[in-house]
Design a protein around this ligand. Structure first.
Ligand code: HEM
Length: 395
C-alpha cells in the first residue's frame, strides 16, 4: 500500500483520507515501514483491545530486534524492571489498577472542576487579544492539574517533573543518561518520604489512594514511584492535544462552534464528539502472544499491532457520516479513551478540562478564529504544537 506513508507531511496534516482508503482496501495491513500491523476498522480495533489474553500490552513480548532492544535498555535504567500500569497485563495490571482506582472515580475527578476553572482564569488573565493555546493554556493547565491529582505539593511541581523526566529518558536508551537517572531516582524517593513526613498526603490523591491500599493490594516502593510517573505522563500529552484538537475543530467548523455555545452546560456529549472527530491518542499498540487470524490475515506470535483509534473513530460502518461533527450524535461509543481493561482512568478529568477550556475561550474571545496552527509530527499522538487564536471581530 504505497499510498499509506504516515511519515509524509500530508499525513500529518490530514491522515483521514489515507486511513479511510486503507480501511476500505486492507483493514488489517502489514506496514513494512513501521514493521507492524496497522488496524483501521472499528471492529478489529475493539476486538484487539478487548482480548488482552491474546494481545498483550507488554511491549517486551515483541519478538524482533525492536522489542528486545527496548526491553534491554529499559531494564538497565532505574525502575526499569518494575511493571508499568499502562504496559502490563493481568495479574500485575489488575493489582496496580485497583490500587489507584479510588483516586479516579468520576466523583473524585468532578471535585477537581473548581480547581480546573480557577487555573484557567489565572492563565487567561495573563493573555492578551491573541492566545497561543497550546503553551499559553493547555500545557500549563494540564500539567498542574495532573500533579495536583497525584498529590504533588505546588512548590514541588517543577522539581517532580524534572526528576520523572530524568528517570524516563534513561528508559529509552542512551547509557550516558544512567548516572543522572540514578540520582533522580534517589531524589524522588527522598521527595515522597518528605511529603509523607512533613505534611501528610491528601486521601483523595493518587498517592493517598496507594498509601491507603489494603495489604493484599499493596505495591512495592518502586511500583508506587512508577505509578506516579506513569500516571503523570499518561494524561499529559493526550489532554493537551485534546484541548488543541477541540478548539481547532470548532474554529474550523463555525456551525459546530455555534451549536456548542448555545448547548447545555455541561455538554459532555459535545466534548466526546469533538474527541471522536479528531482523536488525540491516535494509535495504541499491542503485541500478539500467540498466532491469530485477524481479518483473514495471519498475525504471528510476537508481532506488533498498531490499533489506530483515530481511524476506528471515523469508521462509517460504526458512525454514520463519520467525517462531520454532530454534537448531538447518538450512540457515540468511540474508542478515544481505549476500551476494556486499559480504558483511560482519567477520561472524566480530561472531559472537564477540555470543556472548561473551550467555555472560557468563548467567554473571553467570542467566536474565536485561528491565526496559526503547527501540527506535531508524532504518529501516535495527534494535535497541534502551536495554535494561535484571535478574538472574534466586533459586530
Ligand atoms: C483527552 C485526553 C485523554 C485521552 C485521549 C486519553 C486516552 C487514553 C487511552 C486511549 C488509553 C488506553 C491505552 C491503551 O489501551 O493502551 C488511556 C489510558 C490511561 N489514561 Fe488516558 N487519556 C486522556 C487523559 C488522561 C488523563 C487526564 C489521565 C490522568 C488523570 C489519564 C490517565 C490514564 C491512565 C493512568 C491510563 C492507563 C490505564 C490502564 O492501563 O489501565 N488519561 N488513556
Amino acid at each position: 500500500m504505497p499510498f499509506f506513508d504516515p511519515t509524509r507531511p500530508a499525513y500529518r496534516e490530514d491522515p483521514y483520507p489515507s486511513l479511510a482508503r486503507l480501511r476500505r482496501e486492507e483493514p488489517v495491513h502489514f506496514s513494512r515501514q513501521l514493521q507492524a500491523w496497522v488496524l483501521t476498522s472499528y471492529e478489529h480495533c475493539a476486538r484487539v483491545l478487548q482480548d488482552d489474553g491474546t494481545f498483550s500490552s507488554e511491549i517486551d513480548v515483541a519478538t524482533g530486534s525492536a522489542g528486545k532492544a527496548f526491553a534491554e535498555r529499559r531494564r538497565a535504567a532505574p525502575l526499569g524492571d518494575v511493571a508499568v500500569l499502562s504496559n502490563s497485563d493481568p495479574p500485575a495490571h489488575t493489582r496496580l489498577r485497583s490500587v489507584v482506582s479510588r483516586a479516579f472515580t468520576p466523583r473524585a475527578l468532578e471535585a477537581m472542576r473548581p480547581r480546573v476553572e480557577a487555573r484557567i482564569t489565572e492563565l487567561l488573565d495573563e493573555a492578551g487579544d491573541t492566545l497561543e493555546v497550546v503553551n499559553g493554556l493547555a500545557a500549563p493547565l494540564v500539567t498542574s492539574i495532573i500533579l495536583e491529582q497525584i498529590g504533588v505539593p505546588a512548590e514541588d511541581h517543577e522539581a517532580f517533573r524534572g526528576l520523572t523526566i530524568g528517570i524516563m529518558l534513561a528508559h529509552s536508551g542512551d547509557p550516558a543518561r544512567l548516572p543522572a537517572a540514578r540520582k533522580a531516582h534517589g531524589d524522588l524517593i527522598a521527595m515522597v518520604e518528605r511529603w509523607q513526613r512533613d505534611r501528610g498526603v491528601a486521601e483523595t490523591s493518587v498517592l493517598g489512594s496507594i498509601l491507603a491500599a489494603p495489604d493484599n493490594e499493596a505495591v512495592t516502593a518502586d511500583e508506587m514511584l512508577m505509578l506516579l510517573i506513569n500516571i503523570a505522563l499518561s494524561g499529559n500529552g493526550a489532554t493537551i492535544n485534546g484541548i488543541g484538537n477541540a478548539i481547532l475543530a470548532l474554529a474550523q467548523n463555525p456551525e459546530a462552534l455555534d451549536a456548542f455555545a448555545r448547548g447545555p452546560e455541561p455538554f459532555p456529549a459535545a466534548i466526546d464528539e469533538l474527541l471522536r472527530y479528531d482523536s488525540p491518542a491516535h494509535i495504541v499498540s499491542r503485541v500478539a502472544r500467540e498466532p491469530q487470524s485477524l481479518g483473514g490475515r495471519n498475525v504471528r506470535a510476537g508481532d506488533v499491532l498498531h490499533v489506530v483509534l483515530g481511524a476506528a473513530n471515523r469508521d462509517p460502518a460504526r458512525f454514520p457520516d463519520p467525517d462531520s461533527i454532530d454534537l448531538a450524535r447518538e450512540d457515540n461509543r468511540h474508542l478515544v479513551f481505549g476500551y476494556a481493561a486499559h480504558f483511560c482512568l482519567g477520561a472524566p478529568l480530561a472531559r472537564i478540562q477540555i470543556e472548561s477550556a473551550v467555555r472560557a475561550l468563548l467567554a473571553r474571545y467570542g467566536r474565536f478564529r485561528v491565526a496559526e496552527v503547527v501540527r506535531g509530527d508524532s504518529i501516535l499522538m495527534r494535535g497541534p504544537t502551536r495554535l494561535t487564536i484571535l478574538r472574534a471581530p466586533e459586530v
